[in-house]
Design a protein around this ligand. Structure first.
Ligand SMILES: [Zn+2]
Ligand SMILES: [Zn+2]
Length: 163
């Protein structure tokens, strides 16, 4: 995701940038829409650019329990500095640049935010019932006869013994 310096120098507020999902360079992630929107505001001072922005996107995740695909929202707030100074403020994410560059690439920052935002455990819903370990049916919208795993109880073993 590239932004031209000629653009940055203009300073702007809540400007919408559209770009291709491939530009984030997350080939393993399937985004719902190929076109992504990023809203950015920029103010500059002494060849330093303060950038804040928002990305609201939707991607497809696979549930860890029932293995079904579901839509997940990705909402991140960006806050970083683009600077040509050697020791820029380190309270922020800093992208360094030199005066000869025509654009900066913020794909790394977007990727970082994506992974911070993505939950470690991927569940289609908090109480997903998953798949039956016996027959593999999706227990969220089906029931099966396997019942709660009672195959190992002593009663089950007794029941199988023929007298
Ligand atoms: Zn699930
Ligand atoms: Zn079952």
């Amino acid at each position: 995701m590239k932004i031209l310096f000629s653009e940055l120098r203009k300073n702007f507020k809540n400007k919408t940038f559209t770009f291709n999902a491939d530009d984030i360079d997350l080939p393993e992630v399937k985004f719902k829409n190929n076109l992504q929107k990023l809203i950015l505001s920029v103010s500059s001072e002494n060849e330093e650019y303060y950038v804040i922005g928002k990305i609201n996107s939707i991607y497809i995740e696979t549930c860890d329990r029932c293995l079904y695909d579901f839509e997940k929202a990705w909402n991140s707030s960006l806050d970083f500095i683009i600077s040509s100074k050697k020791n820029a403020s380190n309270n922020y994410d800093v992208i360094s640049f030199n005066q000869t560059q025509e654009f900066i690439n913020i794909s790394d920052i977007l990727r970082d935010h994506f992974f911070i935002n993505r939950p470690y455990k991927k569940l289609c819903k908090i109480n997903c019932k998953g798949l039956c370990v016996e027959c593999g049916i999706n227990l969220n919208n089906n029931t099966c006869e396997c019942g709660p795993s009672n195959m190992d109880t002593p009663w089950e073993k007794l029941r199988k013994i023929k007298f």
